[in-house]
Design a protein around this ligand. Structure first.
Ligand SMILES: [Zn+2]
Length: 95
């Protein structure tokens, strides 16, 4: 009698666990419900210009618009001169 009770309880527990797993909604949407967003074409990626950040204010700007200077690139001549002024007096011993 104890064995029968043991198996009944065991089957009930297994059925409960399996039913719990199947009853849960899927955490991620089905992949075939909607078409996944297409990755950007390689040509579109290559058209993107690399972005750099201003060393003074951190503003991101296209690399072609950045002004190179001492200590990095800058969004404007004003920030470049301000950053270079903070770095110290420009070196006069350039050869
Ligand atoms: Zn700036």
């Amino acid at each position: 009698m104890i064995k029968i009770l043991f198996w009944v309880v065991l089957l009930a527990v297994v059925a409960f666990v399996l039913g719990f797993k199947r009853g849960r909604p899927p955490e991620r949407p089905s992949p075939r419900r909607d078409a996944p967003p297409a990755p950007p074409a390689p040509s579109a990626v290559s058209d993107l210009e690399p972005m750099v950040s201003c060393a003074e204010c951190g503003t991101h700007l296209p690399a072609s618009e950045a002004l190179p200077g001492r200590g990095g690139v800058f969004c404007s001549a004003e920030h470049r001169s301000a950053h270079e002024a903070r770095l110290g007096a420009p070196r006069a011993d350039r050869s």
